[in-house]
Design a protein around this ligand. Structure first.
Ligand code: NOJ
Length: 593
């Protein structure tokens, strides 16, 4: 059913959604760890930025084996981040500022500290408690004695085997449990009705708290192929992108899909969740984190009775390359049209090297799994030029766009983080072969001259400064804030929000101007038409969306600006010289008359 008119479209159709990584956005209690009161105190930054919604990465009770993606209690706030009252305060303040709130839901696995898993460990093989997870005997059927092999050859996405053997309550070596991620993240058995009922209750719990939607973690992983067949290849979260624009209903199976991802059975779960959300007013949102290809397979997650959005990782991995970007745009728009859902766009997130740094590499189309001091260091200035241009281009595209915190400051990846600070399980499970994701998770710089670049808000008793919020998170021991949980590189100083706010030409002001115009001109609800200037083989991407003409130069020679247009917004002060657009830049143009 076509969407009738612009005004009939739900809010998420063209929303700009800002990802807050709670550990690293803002710290209210001075313990060096971001928290919910810290986010609340700095929500006005997001309102001023002009985003529509905030997506909060997990803040639930968790032993933090995977930075909160290992949930021990889905209805509690971890004391690291505050209390449930702090969540309510955040939600209230967001509403006052006109911001919607989306929370992260982690249904593929729980923490090994979840009461269900603890019960499973204490129970016998074959018990109902074990049936909630994926317990299996060893390959040879011997559950006792040494040397048994795991049930199959699956590898964890974070490295090492995907199975861990337990010690049975009687002290003997016993069954194995599946964990597609770290061993502290046991996979749930989604064939078990109790699991389904529980997650519907969790959805309702947060919907009752007034959340506007959920980002669904590993949405493609909940159901595993019958019989758990061997699959020797290790699958990383990203494997480049393949495309296919057949209608979702006819999407072919990907011959390379592992038996633990993108199984048809997952869709039944989302059809049930769709119904749960439909019980609530106000167009609630489910957005799938599903690394699925080809794109027609991905569109199955956003059919009309399933989710509303899916992240466009094909776009994220296209890199700084005119041909790949234009192809991704074409294919994304064509694919989403088959299901009449908006396309989404994303350049960075908490699992990816920040796009400003990826685009500063010799090959700006690579997708490294972290960058360490021993590896090629990105050209920071070049990456920033390109990163700003890529963002400006993205904000002109129809559909919904995602921003990862710090992107609006032009923040680079921390590429020289010493190994002793690393926390990402993928670094440890691959024995350092994968650098991991810590470099994009470093606390934000707010002010240039404060300790931790102002990451920790002033608390009462420090220099007489008033606290910006009340906090129930456990107070730090001393009045001086602790150092941030991951150290910030010195280069972060110059990106501090305070140095950019109100400064014409700063990255922050470029983002604000772009989002304001995007909103005023309803670009998210618009239609992309490639312009006569579009020449991807020459590195030029150009399209119109309404009256706006976008020109991006991903090539190596300057491009003449069309005489009948005037510059509305350049990606930075070096973008335009006289009548040309320089390489590594983009510009928004308006007709002269
Ligand atoms: C995807 C999340 O984005 C990532 O951070 C996490 O490690 C895995 N899912 C496992 O939950």
């Amino acid at each position: 059913m076509p969407i009738a008119s612009a005004s009939a479209k739900p809010w998420w159709y063209d929303a700009v959604i800002y990802q807050v990584y709670p550990r690293s956005y803002s710290d209210a209690n001075g313990d060096g760890m971001g928290d919910l009161p810290g986010i609340t105190a700095r929500l006005d930054h997001l309102a001023e930025l002009g985003v529509d919604a905030v997506w909060l990465s997990p803040f639930y009770r968790s032993p933090q084996a995977d930075a909160g993606y290992d949930v021990a209690d889905y209805r509690q706030v971890d004391p690291l981040f505050g209390t449930i009252d702090d969540f309510d305060a955040l939600r209230t303040r967001a509403r006052e500022l006109g911001l919607r709130v989306i929370v992260d839901l982690v249904p593929n696995h729980t923490s090994d500290q979840h009461v269900w898993f603890q019960e499973a460990l204490a129970a016998a093989p074959g018990s109902p408690a074990r049936e909630r997870y994926m317990f299996r005997p060893g390959l040879d059927g011997k559950v006792k004695g040494d040397g048994a092999l795991p049930p199959n050859d699956w590898q964890s996405i974070f490295g090492g085997p995907a199975w861990t053997r337990v010690v049975e309550p009687d002290g003997t070596p016993g069954e194995w449990y599946l964990h597609i991620f770290a061993s502290q993240q046991p996979d749930l058995n989604w064939h078990n009705p109790e699991v389904r009922t529980e997650f519907e209750a969790i959805l309702r719990f947060w919907l009752d708290k007034g959340v506007d939607g959920f980002r669904v973690d590993v949405a493609h992983g909940l159901i595993k192929a019958d019989g758990l067949p061997n699959w020797s290849a290790k699958v990383a979260m990203v494997e480049g992108s393949k495309t296919e624009t057949a209608p979702a209903e006819e999407a072919p199976e990907s011959p390379e899909a592992p038996p633990y991802f993108d199984q048809d059975g997952v869709h039944e779960i989302y059809r049930e969740w769709h119904k749960v959300l439909a019980e609530y007013d106000g167009d609630r949102l489910l957005v799938a984190e599903a690394w699925v290809e080809p794109v027609a397979r991905l569109m199955r997650y956003v059919r009309h009775n399933e989710m509303q959005q899916a992240f466009n990782f094909g776009y994220l991995t296209a890199g700084w390359d005119a041909l790949r970007l234009s192809k991704s745009i074409d294919e994304s728009l064509a694919a989403s049209a088959t299901v009449e859902r908006p396309t989404t766009w994303v350049l960075s997130n908490h699992d990816s090297v920040r796009h400003t740094s990826r685009f500063g590499l010799k090959d700006p189309t690579t997708y490294p799994r972290g960058i360490s001091a021993q590896e090629e260091q990105p050209d920071e200035a070049l990456g920033l030029h390109r990163g700003r241009a890529a963002s400006l281009l993205m904000f002109a595209l129809p559909g919904s766009a995602y921003i990862y915190q710090g992107e609006e400051l032009g923040l680079p990846e921390h590429t020289t983080l010493p190994a002793e600070f690393r926390q990402d399980p993928s670094f440890f499970r691959t024995k350092g072969k994968e650098t991991g994701r810590d470099g994009c998770r470093v606390p934000l710089p707010w002010s240039p001259d404060e300790p931790g670049y102002g990451f920790s808000l002033p608390t009462p008793g420090t220099d007489g400064a008033a606290t910006a919020t009340t906090t129930t998170a456990a107070p730090a021991q001393s009045a001086a804030p602790a150092t941030p949980w991951l150290p910030q590189p010195e280069t972060f100083r110059k990106y501090a929000a305070q140095l950019q706010s109100g400064v014409v030409g700063s990255t922050l002001e470029m983002y604000r101007a772009a989002l304001k115009a995007r909103q005023e001109w309803a670009l998210g609800k618009g239609i992309l038409v490639w312009s006569p200037l579009h020449a991807p083989t020459a590195g030029v991407v150009s399209f119109t969306n309404g009256k706006l003409l976008v020109l991006a130069n991903l090539g190596s020679t300057a491009v003449e600006l069309p005489a009948e247009f005037t510059v509305f917004l350049p990606s930075d002060s070096a973008a335009v010289s006289g009548t040309v657009l320089n390489p590594n830049a983009a510009v928004w143009l308006l007709p002269k008359s």
